[in-house]
Write a protein that binds this ligand. Structure first.
Ligand SMILES: Nc1ncnc2c1ncn2[C@@H]1O[C@H](COP(=O)(O)OP(=O)(O)O)[C@@H](O)[C@H]1O
Ligand SMILES: [Mg+2]
Length: 132
């Protein structure tokens, strides 16, 4: 795929930082990737408390911080909004899922074919053309 390595790294770092923040001793944080059905999937998964179903969509909005209990002062509820915008700039999506074993799995689903975000207009090139 064609992607902005710096921005994708930034997105994964945001997800990893969240995962670390929401886990403790004995928990695990896992980072993975796969190619499936024309998509590149990049995910960060943790065995922390997970995200309530009613919060699955809204945590990707700006300034939304879900859940209760103590939380560190850093973080303004912008991390996931940035992650979502990076996914969108690549023509893809960011979402959170509930693994059967518990915890949270944040997934970036990005199209394999190159998408060039030219600001207002998004130009999608067929792979063969982009390879030229
Ligand atoms: N790995 C995670 N496990 C559980 N909840 C999470 C996780 N990552 C994010 N969240 C929830 O989503 C909210 C928004 O995350 P984010 O946009 O990164 O903001 P911030 O980290 O500044 O709170 C968090 O406040 C938290 O409620
Ligand atoms: Mg965050």
């Amino acid at each position: 795929m064609l992607g902005d390595a710096q921005r994708l790294t930034q997105a994964l770092m945001q997800l990893a930082a969240n995962a670390v923040r929401h886990t403790g001793d004995g928990d695990t944080v896992e980072v993975g990737s796969a190619v499936r059905d024309g998509s590149v999937l990049l995910w960060v998964r943790d065995t922390g408390p997970g995200v309530a179903p009613e919060d699955h969509e809204r945590i990707f909005e700006r300034f939304v911080r879900a859940g209760s209990g103590p939380r560190p002062v850093e973080g303004a509820g912008l991390g996931l909004a940035i992650v979502a915008s990076i996914a969108k700039a690549h023509g893809g999506t960011a979402s959170v899922h509930d693994p059967l074993e518990g915890g949270a799995q944040f997934v970036l689903d990005l199209p394999l074919r190159p998408v060039i975000d030219a600001g207002a207009t998004t130009v999608v090139l067929p792979a063969a053309e982009a390879a030229r």
